[in-house]
Design a protein around this ligand. Structure first.
Ligand code: ATP
Length: 304
């Protein structure tokens, strides 16, 4: 659904993206993460056909952003990190205005507005002015405006910023339901633990490049991540795991982050083998913060 090839983007004083290539399949949610100033917003703006590439190509649903920006805007929803709402307009009018500006047929507007408001949980606020909404509700309205025309692709720049825990949970189920309804989403965020709930892949950007050169699988239901800790350091820990055919993500002399089958008997065997080989296993469990661990293990290593 989204194809980026060797994308380079330059501001007058700064090269912000340097040879970014990626591919996002339809009906998936991909996380875009990286330190401040890494190039996330710039990449999202390029995907949204708001910035033409300096070189390279960006294709959305088979359309090149340089050649078909208008057609892409009709198929795409974009919520920037900072955006304004018309504070004097009610929620209904804001959504109606967004529907009109996306060129919806007049007879389709009311239904689209009600549907978008329902999706973001604002049906009971339709007559409230945008200026009277709390931050979380404004955020929902922003997303409602971005999806009112039922885009195929939805780009969200830090949508969870400033939301309370309940609102974040609501956002997480909203994004999942939009994906299930057929949308393809790219979500930038600094809140890694939450991205883990709904993203299938993570793109780490650093200094305008994708770290490791490609997206990283966030969750594999069949092969989750496990953290093994051993009480006494062993220099041969990595070699032992390698010889045992274990898929190692990160390892040092005390810890190993591995991907391994869910099969309990296979895990019991690995544990037994470790103990038999004299490793003092102090902990062996499914890693609950896999995304964060991967992020910190990758960041600062330099990009491909
Ligand atoms: P953050 O997490 O802080 O939002 P980001 O990853 O979204 O950061 P970008 O906003 O894409 O980063 O910025 C990438 C780089 O481009 C930064 O070095 C930034 O200073 C620079 N930059 C962004 N906008 C401009 C501009 N209009 N002119 C010149 N440089 C810019």
């Amino acid at each position: 659904m989204i194809e980026v090839r060797e994308l380079v983007y330059e501001y007058p004083t700064k090269r912000a993206l340097e040879g970014v290539s990626l591919s996002v399949p339809a009906q998936t949610i991909v996380a875009l993460v990286g330190p401040n100033g890494a190039g996330k917003t710039t990449l999202l703006r390029c995907l949204a056909a708001l910035e033409p590439p300096y070189s390279g190509t960006v294709t959305i649903d088979g359309l090149d952003t340089r050649e078909h920006p208008r057609e892409i805007h009709a198929r795409l929803g974009y919520l920037p990190d900072f955006y304004g709402l018309y504070d004097e307009l009610t929620v209904r009018r804001c959504l109606t205005y967004a529907a009109w500006s996306h060129g919806l047929a007049v007879e389709a507007v009311d239904t689209a507005v009600t549907k978008a408001a329902g999706r973001v949980g604002l049906l009971d606020r339709m007559e409230t002015k945008a200026g009277e909404l709390s931050r979380g509700l404004r955020q929902r309205l922003g997303i409602g405006q971005a999806i009112v025309h039922e885009p195929k692709v939805l780009l969200l720049d830090e949508p969870a910023a400033g939301l309370d825990p309940q609102a974040r949970r609501d956002l997480s189920s909203l994004l999942t339901s939009l994906r299930d309804a057929g949308m393809t989403l790219v979500v930038s965020s600094h809140i890694l633990a939450e991205l883990e709930d709904y993203c299938s892949e993570m793109i780490i950007i650093e200094n305008g490049r994708i770290v490791g050169g490609r997206p990283i699988k966030v969750k594999d239901v069949e092969r989750p991540r496990f953290m093994i800790e051993i009480a006494t350091a062993r220099a041969d820990f990595a070699q032992f795991l390698k010889d045992a055919g274990v898929d190692v993500v990160e390892v040092d002399e005390h810890h190993a982050l591995i991907t391994f089958t869910r099969n309990a008997a296979a895990r019991a065997k690995l544990l037994r083998d470790l103990v038999t080989a004299g490793f003092e296993v102090s902990s062996f469990g499914e890693s609950s913060k896999a995304l964060e661990e991967t992020y910190f293990s990758q960041i600062g290593r330099g990009a491909a």
